[in-house]
Design a protein around this ligand. Structure first.
Ligand code: 5FU
Length: 452
């Protein structure tokens, strides 16, 4: 979702066009939400931005050579705005037939050389308004090539009406609303309570460590304008591949748990490696090694997973001391591999203490292969990366021990660098949309944190 889309969703809520409660809709069905976009037309800027989004949609659909027509009444301001902004002829559909003159339902047709019409409406609930209008265009031998609506709130797409495209779906609005509710107040409070200490940008930290992965990730974040790591905790590698080919361009890290995979296949793993190079993201195996040295080496290089052959990042619990990371330091490939130390965890009841975290930091400082920590806050200097799991905006946790915090909390207040989002993306209705949402939240929070 880009900033213009965010802006429109924000204005829909701020101009009271969206209400929660018990409502009966035009088609008689009950709903927990009420959407009436009429207030939007009070704001010329909103109309302009909506017209821009309609323009992008039309270009995407490659629709050409049409006249534009707003469905009465709510679609009219947008159709007229579009007509003026993009120099497109328009016609005018009446709500009721003219009682005198030519008795026409559609004005503006005389001498019109175009045969195609594109309809604009504000909200589609069942599609009845669009359907009812079609007869008038048919009568005038105009072909309706499609309709663009601002908000599609259909429960199901019955397929009765063809070519309806929307700028937003109800779920976009609901998702945005829950994000706002959970975070807006918090964000304001956080910003007013923050300290005077300034945060260095990712770019400014390049070179603060000799670890190549550290520098690579900082540059990558700047380049992709993303500090999002996605935890794809699926049991199918095929599914992981499929999803990565869609979201890979928006993330900087994919985090995996290879030992929960049921269809493991080294070839597929190699294809994911190829994808990671094409779409520029890093593969992180969240194996949390914590064995005696000799077993660690077998777990890392051997077994059926041969983690060292495809993982760029692996992590360590130091409960068994520093022997695993010592060994890793000798066998990793500094060109494109690095280690992360688990210094804090997100779940309830974990046994991490301040003292333990400090010892992890001290060990981290001694090994060139360590590029950062898995932590809930910035726990050491700018020469390490801080990756934070347990990120979500809608819920406080799962039904087990996980605890979520918002990207704002992690990046603005707790000063971490990379948010790791799992089920809040993988179990959402649209993986791509929630990836984009978390990417946007992560990046905007990071930018806000720089303003300290
Ligand atoms: F080190 C940690 C931690 O402290 N908390 C975590 O949740 C790792 N994780 C991992 O992040 C965990 O193993 C999951 O793979 C992921 C979180 O998934 P969620 O779906 O966002 O709860």
């Amino acid at each position: 979702m880009d900033s213009r889309q965010h802006y429109i969703l924000q204005r829909i809520i701020e101009l009271n066009c969206f209400k929660e409660g018990k409502f009966t809709l035009k088609n008689g069905s009950e709903s927990n939400y009420y959407i009436n976009l009429r207030n939007l037309i009070r704001e010329p800027e909103v109309i302009k931005v909506i017209c821009e989004l309609i323009y992008d949609k039309i270009n995407f659909l490659s629709w050409k050579d049409f006249v534009i027509c707003g469905l009465p009444y709510a679609g009219i301001p947008y159709a007229q705005g579009y007509s003026i902004l993009y120099n497109t002829p328009s016609v005018f559909l009446r709500k009721e037939q003219k009682k005198h003159g030519m008795n026409n339902m559609i004005d503006g047709l005389e001498g019109l050389d175009k045969k195609k019409v594109l309809l604009i409406d504000d909200v589609i609930t069942s599609g009845s308004s669009i359907q009812e209008s079609l007869v008038h265009f048919e009568k005038e031998k105009l072909e309706v090539i499609g309709t663009i609506v601002i908000m599609d709130r259909r429960i199901e797409n019955t397929g009765l009406i063809e070519n309806v495209n929307s700028l937003f779906k109800l779920e976009d609005l609901l998702q945005y609303n829950s994000y706002r509710k959970a975070n807006l107040l918090q964000e304001t409070q956080l910003l007013s309570s923050k300290t005077e200490e300034s945060r260095k940008s990712y770019g400014e930290r390049v070179g603060l460590s000799n670890n190549k992965m550290f520098n690579f990730l900082l540059n990558l974040m700047e380049e992709k304008k993303s500090n999002l790591a996605v935890s794809l905790d699926y049991t199918s590698l095929k599914q992981i591949y499929k999803i990565l080919s869609v979201i890979g361009e928006h993330i900087v890290i994919v985090k995996l748990h290879m030992d929960i995979i049921e269809d493991f296949d080294m070839d597929l793993c190699s294809q994911i490696v190829k994808l990671s190079k094409d779409l520029k993201f890093v593969i992180f195996e969240d194996r949390k090694f914590s064995e005696i040295g000799s077993i660690f080496q077998k777990q890392y290089q051997g077994g059926m997973y041969r983690i060292s052959e495809w993982a760029n990042l692996v992590n360590f619990h130091l409960i068994s001391g520093d022997s695993n990371i010592q060994l890793f330091d000798k066998i990793y490939n500094p060109e494109d591999q690095a280690g992360l130390l688990v210094a804090q965890m997100s779940n309830k009841g974990n046994l991490f203490s301040k003292d333990y975290t400090n010892q992890v930091i001290e060990i981290g400082k001694r090994f060139a292969s360590v590029c950062g920590f898995i932590s809930q806050e910035k726990i050491a200097g700018d020469g390490f990366l801080y990756l934070t799991p347990g990120i979500g905006i809608a819920k406080e946790g799962d039904n087990l021990d996980q605890q979520y915090k918002s990207p704002q909390q992690a990046l603005i207040v707790d000063g971490t660098d990379i948010i790791i989002v799992g089920r809040n993306i993988t179990q959402s209705k649209s993986i791509i949309k929630s990836t984009l949402l978390y990417k946007e939240l992560g990046w905007s929070s990071y930018l806000l944190s720089l303003r300290r």
